[in-house]
Ligand binder design. Structure first.
Ligand code: NAP
Ligand code: MG
Length: 491
């Protein structure tokens, strides 16, 4: 693995990305002039510095979003749709630039970054199509004497807070439906990856979004900046994607002004393999579920439960596939696993593996931190993982696959559900009836049945238990940015 220097083309593109705050249609420095650095996880080198919003800047953004709200909410749905469609077209035309930017600040491979950009842009196309499907209803009241008319109205000024692992898609998955519904937004991106969010802001400026409809505020003072916005009565919606820990804090903060909340939080996905499964397909699916984004996905398979009669063979084949991955800087061709996002994440993954080995698990492949620059951790498979090992309870967020065996379907379901998380579960079986039966019993918002990836802009994405509240994507994703208005009628 060599020290990585971004090519001159990538450098040029980074210099084109604006680095100030985007408030009310203008780029401006933060009120106190503060800035912070953004790093390349492949080298630790500084890539750029960006303005760091203050709580006062955040309130300026709320004022801009509030001023823009009546006009935007009254815009013809067709016009909002066409603006989102132009955003889709422009993001698609710039896909390669967005992908390289994501690799530079996040570290994922170019293949993963290209897939993210396609996924991210698709939220603009999907919600361009949804914007004109503003459904309401009229009923006759049971008494027969009056009518019940229900309209869907935009919820209002929306604060969007996003994580670093999908810097483009987590932003577009919120901005798309919010704008389609007629809401105005203030996006607070993760401090590790603000550049992609600023490039999305520039894209909206270019397609001609009215001033104040989209505002973007990088900041390292996240708690103070988001807290100031939640305390402002003009803010009516919080859509957060990130850790369960921060989600709990924000739910408590949102309680002060009773802000409407959608929460996409952490996961701890079980991946079940029954003996009747096609093992080639199960290993291929496991590689996607585990290794998409280098394991840094809320949907990442975190625990593998394999029926005892095939556990050894599955583990060997998975370890072979993991060991064959090429590790290196995400922009290098042929690289299949990049660095983790920062040193803290890399150290956390290493510590989880060490603890699990001390608890009695054995390493099939990987398990040793990679020396040198960049925040690398090797593809790792652990077997004989004892029940209660922290690696089974915590979100790993890295390229580590712990394997546990089971003997009955009931045991598999019980093990899978034994977590406070409930985002997604995966099941591999050759018996469709079993797959559907188990799928129904798994306590998670999503189930991949003989599939290692569930994300689709047209589908409702989200979790049960402490993985969240609400859904993003699909028609449900639009409804999160609306309120029902009921008119009682006599005619
Ligand atoms: P995080 O630490 O919770 O941060 C998420 C966002 O919240 C960032 O923008 C962060 O800003 C901000 N933040 C942190 N502390 C805050 C506070 N006290 N008040 C207001 N905002 C605050 O999560 P992360 O480390 O970026 O991302 C990884 C987590 O996201 C994982 O748990 C993963 O499962 C989850 N995730 C969930 C989904 C889903 O759809 N369910 C999707 C992707 C990721 P700073 O960067 O400045 O700290
Ligand atoms: Mg964090």
């Amino acid at each position: 693995m060599s020290a990585h220097h971004p090519g001159s083309a990538a450098r040029l593109r980074i210099e084109k990305v604006p680095t100030d705050l985007f408030i009310g249609g203008r780029w401006r420095p933060s009120g106190d002039g503060a800035r912070f650095d953004v790093h390349d996880p492949a080298t630790g080198d500084r890539l750029a510095d960006v303005a760091a919003a203050t709580p006062e800047d955040a309130l300026d953004a709320v004022a801009a979003a509030d001023a823009a709200l009546p006009g935007w909410a009254a815009t013809a749905p067709r016009e909002r749709a066409e603006l989102l469609r132009r955003a889709f077209d422009l993001m698609t035309a710039r896909a390669e630039e967005f992908a390289e930017l994501i690799v530079l600040e996040n570290g994922k491979t170019l293949t993963d970054a290209r897939a993210e950009v396609a996924y991210a842009a698709e939220f603009f196309r999907w919600y361009a199509e949804e914007a004109v499907r503003t459904l309401g209803s009229v009923q006759t009241a049971p008494s027969g004497g009056n009518k019940i008319l229900v309209l869907r109205q935009p919820v209002g000024v929306s604060v969007l807070v996003t994580p670093w692992n999908f810097p483009a898609a987590m932003a577009t998955r919120k901005i798309g439906p919010a704008l389609a519904a007629g809401c105005t937004v203030i996006l607070k991106p993760a401090s590790d990856t603000p550049l992609t969010a600023l490039a999305v802001a520039a894209l909206f400026e270019e397609v001609g979004v009215p001033a104040g409809v989209v505002n973007v505020l990088p900041s390292r003072r996240s708690g103070a900046v988001v807290g100031a916005m939640l305390d402002d009565p003009r803010v009516r919606k919080l859509s957060f994607t990130g850790s369960t820990e921060v989600g709990r804090t924000l739910l408590a903060a949102a309680a002060r002004t009773v802000v409407n909340c959608s929460m996409e939080l952490g996961g701890n996905a079980p991946f079940l393999v029954f003996a009747d499964a096609d093992l080639d397909a199960a290993v291929a699916g496991a590689m996607v579920a585990k290794m998409r984004n280098g394991g840094e996905a809320c949907t990442a398979a975190n625990r593998f439960y394999v029926e005892a009669s095939v556990a050894e063979e599955f583990t060997r084949r998975l370890a072979d596939a993991m060991a064959a991955l090429t590790v290196g800087p995400g922009l290098d061709s042929g690289v299949q696993l990049g660095p983790l996002v920062n040193a803290e994440s890399r150290d956390k993954v290493a510590e989880l593996v060490d603890e699990t080995v001390r608890a009695g698990a054995s390493v099939v492949t990987g398990g040793e931190p990679v020396a040198g620059t960049g925040y690398y951790y090797p593809p790792t498979v652990l077997k004989d993982v004892p029940p209660g090992a922290p690696v089974l309870a915590e979100e790993i967020f890295g390229p580590v696959a712990p394997v546990v065996s089971f003997t009955t379907e009931d045991e598999a379901v019980t093990l899978a559900n034994a977590t406070e998380y409930g985002l997604v579960s995966y099941v591999y079986t050759g018996d469709l009836a079993r797959g559907l039966r188990v799928g129904e019993r798994l306590d998670s918002g999503m189930v991949g049945l003989n599939r290692g990836v569930v994300s689709d802009p047209a589908a409702p994405f989200g979790g049960t238990k402490q993985s969240g509240i609400g859904r993003e994507g699909g028609h449900e994703g639009l409804l999160e940015y609306t309120e029902s208005k009921y008119l009682a009628l006599s005619w």
